[in-house]
Design a protein around this ligand. Structure first.
Ligand code: ADP
Length: 632
């Protein structure tokens, strides 16, 4: 270089060159190719490394470059030789700074020939920043790959053309394609999906993502067909990938194997169906309700309609019927207490109570339930089951009644038997006496006979009733004229009636000697009971008997002008052993079986019995029988 001043500058060229070199933004070294001694450096090297120029000129490359800090000069010479042979080159290395830190550098070695001599210049660039960015990029890529490959779902990324870029292990397993084969292929080749039901191809999810430019959940019931033809149920979603500028650069597809999930779903559905079928077929209603005195329902099974007459919706809609409105008011507080006690003990409860159904019928129900708790002690809901036990309750009542009846029966029978029996025994003793006139003896024998008859009647009645009760009774229907039966009865009872000063009238008005097809003896028995009662409970006036036709039935009546039966007793008179407490009744013989026998017989003959009565005025017993008896 010539040492002349340049045309327009104060400095000569050499000074200017030196200035430029010194202030260049890049470090410049000159190193002895022989020894590695640093021969020259510019200012940038000093500022980069923290040494003074003098210090650096006393150092070798071995103290500076970490790649050669072992001082192996031969290795270094070989390295330089290689570069020299290539006419120069760029390498990356690390330079040690004075403060002990190490900076990454990019060194470009250039050879020039000066005055026949080959000179090497190294231009070093501190690349710390670049390295940092590179590292960050590497790290984020590593993170991306680690995330992508360790994710439990299948993930496929595509470029803007819909060609596959990455495919993780799960996606490899599901599609049957490995990443190496799949890379660059169009998505639909690897990710083949059809609709589970129609078996038709489903729209390529990535196209959908590109079209909508947002995350899309993909169709349900999708089957993925893997490379080897397996059909795997999947759930999937796709999302676009955006550049910093907000442009879509690709798409990510995430999908997972739903085989198990769907199996579980099916199982769940199956068990749900099973449970609801079970619940809906239970003879009663399953329920869930709040723990409020209104017992408002949150859920009731179908059985509620049969139990209560109300449809399930009527209990759970907005304007719902509260279950408590069905409960018998007398039972409400007992239910509340039972449930609250059970809640306190965290135990199930059982209770029986009465409800009134939609049509007003009263039913007995049995309920078993249990509270469902949350956060330890707070009651969420009560869940349980209610079933109809009316029949059982009635049966229990019947059993109880029967028990009472048995006792009453024994008491009544023994009482009723004792009276005539005592008479028989007493008068028999008298008859045995020798010094009694024959006339008196005959009177005693009459008494014995009539009491024997009473005894026989009682026993006959008891026997008859027990036959009716056990079903041990045979109906033998025959066709006969009713007038003849009535005339017969008239002749039998007229004497008795006359003895009491009563008139017995067979009322033939509007009857034409009808015939009937029924059991003669049983009908005779019913009329006999009613007529003898009428005579028994009438002191003056008349007894009118008769019949008339009504539709397909014949209506019979026995009407008296006797003591009558109070309203409250009218139903009871048909109960077994029932006898009015009225002393007027008690004055007469009887065990309270006659009317229950009538009722029992009429049941067997498909008939009905009822009465109209006014105490002190008289009673009118009616009963109806089908004109033509048929077996029910
Ligand atoms: P019993 O006459 O043997 O007492 P029943 O079964 O025939 O038994 O009658 C039951 C009860 O019904 C009688 O005790 C009586 O109180 C009442 N009763 C039945 N028939 C009449 C009637 N015609 N008038 C008034 N009370 C009657």
């Amino acid at each position: 270089m010539e040492n002349n001043p340049t045309k327009n500058n104060f400095f000569d060229q050499a000074t200017l060159d030196r200035f430029c070199i010194d202030h260049a933004g890049i470090g410049i070294f000159q190193i002895s190719e022989e020894t590695g001694q640093i021969l020259n450096v510019n200012r940038k090297v000093c500022t980069d490394l923290g040494y003074t120029r003098e210090e650096l000129l006393n150092m070798t490359i071995f103290e500076l470059d970490t790649a050669f800090s072992d001082g192996d000069i031969e290795k270094w010479r070989q390295h330089r030789q290689n570069i020299k042979e290539r006419g120069g080159g760029t390498i990356e290395s690390f330079h040690k700074c004075k403060d002990g830190s190490v900076i990454p550098v990019e060194v470009t070695i250039t050879y020039i020939t000066f005055q026949g001599k080959s000179l090497a210049f190294s231009f070093s660039k501190n690349i710390s920043k670049r390295k940092k960015i590179e590292n960050a990029l590497k790290n984020s890529e590593k993170l991306f790959r680690t995330t992508l490959y360790s994710i439990g779902d299948g993930v496929i990324t595509c470029d803007l053309n819909g060609n596959i870029q990455n495919i993780n292990k799960v996606a490899e397993n599901l599609t049957g394609w490995i990443e190496k084969e799949a890379k660059g292929l169009p998505l639909e080749k690897v990710f083949r999906i059809i609709n589970e039901h129609t078996r038709k191809k489903v729209i390529n999810p990535v196209d959908k993502v590109f079209a909508e430019g947002k995350i899309v959940g993909l169709a349900n019931h999708t089957l993925l067909i893997s490379k080897d033809g397996r059909k795997i149920p999947i759930a999937d979603s796709g999302a676009p990938i955006f550049s910093d500028e907000g442009n879509i650069t690709g798409a990510v597809l995430v999908f997972r194997d739903q085989t198990e999930e769907r199996q579980q779903q099916r199982e769940l559905e199956k068990s749900r169906n099973y449970l609801s079928t079970l619940m809906n077929n239970l003879p009663g209603m399953a329920f869930r309700c709040k723990n409020f005195p209104t017992w408002n329902m949150e859920y009731v099974s179908k059985g509620c309609e049969e139990l209560t007459g109300f449809k399930p919706e009527e209990f759970i809609q907005e304007d719902q019927i509260s279950f408590s409105s069905l409960i018998h008011p007398e039972d409400l507080s007992q239910i509340w207490e039972t449930v609250q006690n059970a809640i306190q003990k965290k135990k199930p409860y059982q209770i029986e109570y009465r409800i009134r159904t939609k049509d007003g019928t009263e039913k007995w129900v049995w309920e078993k339930g249990e509270a469902v708790f949350f956060e330890g002690n707070k009651v969420d809901v009560i869940e349980g089951f209610i079933t109809d036990i009316t029949e059982r309750k009635n049966f229990e009542k019947k059993l109880k009644d029967n028990d009472q009846l048995k006792t009453a029966f024994l008491q009544n029978v023994s009482h009723e038997i004792r009276t005539p029996l005592n008479a028989i025994l007493g008068f028999s003793e008298l008859v045995k006496l020798n010094d009694i006139p024959q006339k008196e003896k005959n009177d005693y024998l009459d008494i014995i006979q009539s009491n024997g008859q009473k005894l026989l009647n009682i026993l006959n009645n008891v026997l008859e009733l027990s036959k009716i009760e056990t079903g041990d009774i045979v109906i033998t229907p025959t066709r006969f004229q009713l007038n003849s039966l009535f005339n017969e009865l008239l002749s039998i009872f007229s004497i008795q009636a006359q003895e009491k000063g009563l008139k017995l009238i067979f009322s033939k008005a509007d009857t034409n000697n009808l015939t009937i097809f029924t059991d003669y003896t049983k009908l005779d028995q019913i009329l006999t009971n009613l007529i003898s009662n009428a005579i028994k409970y009438t002191e003056k006036g008349e007894i009118e008997i008769g019949y008339f036709k009504k539709d397909r039935n014949i209506l019979f009546f026995v009407k008296d002008t006797g003591i009558g039966i109070s309203k409250s007793q009218q139903k009871k008179v048909f109960e077994r052993f029932y006898r009015s407490d009225d002393p007027k009744t008690r004055n007469h013989d009887g065990v309270g079986l006659g009317l229950s026998i009538c009722l029992g017989l009429l049941n067997k003959l498909n008939g009905e019995i009822w009465l109209e009565s006014q105490p002190g005025k008289g009673t009118n017993f009616f009963f109806s029988l089908p004109a033509e008896f048929t077996l029910a």
